[in-house]
Design a protein. Structure first.
Length: 146
């Protein structure tokens, strides 16, 4: 969204980037997540990489509310909540409202499916790793006896 928003901003404001609160906090969040991926690829043991990247992931999660509330905390080009705000006097056409909620439900279900699928893959990887360890122990015991 930062790239497409910058392209849209060029046409609208005549510049690719405006130091708006929402844009800046979103950019900071993007940099944090790219840093997470970089830390995940650094050297060291798997446990060290996991620990370092977990700390960075926790910091990134703490940034999410800052991005969300940045419009309300600072003056911004972006509008405040309109659909989810009961005090806002926004009237959406029924078809637009239906499309919005259908998209939210669809992507939420897709996200849940992805998480469950990833969990299953990780469980299968653990099973394969455990079997490999058990076979290695059995082979070493056979070597000692033989």
């Amino acid at each position: 969204s930062l790239v497409t928003g910058s392209l849209w901003g060029r046409l609208t404001w005549g510049t690719y980037w405006v130091w708006d609160a929402r844009l800046t906090t979103t950019l900071f969040l993007l940099i944090t997540y790219v840093g997470y991926l970089a830390v995940r690829r650094l050297g060291g043991t798997q446990r060290q990489r996991a620990r370092r990247s977990a700390v960075l992931a926790l910091l990134a999660v703490l940034e999410i509310p800052l991005v969300h509330f940045s419009v309300e905390l600072w003056r911004s080009l972006h509008q405040e909540a309109s659909v989810a705000n009961p005090n806002a006097r926004v009237e959406l056409d029924g078809l637009m409202l239906f499309s919005l909620f259908l998209g939210v439900v669809t992507f939420t279900l897709f996200y849940v499916w992805l998480v469950l699928h990833r969990q299953r893959v990780l469980a299968l990887e653990d099973t394969v790793a455990d079997r490999g360890l058990d076979e290695a122990i059995r082979d070493r015991r056979n070597e000692a006896v033989g």
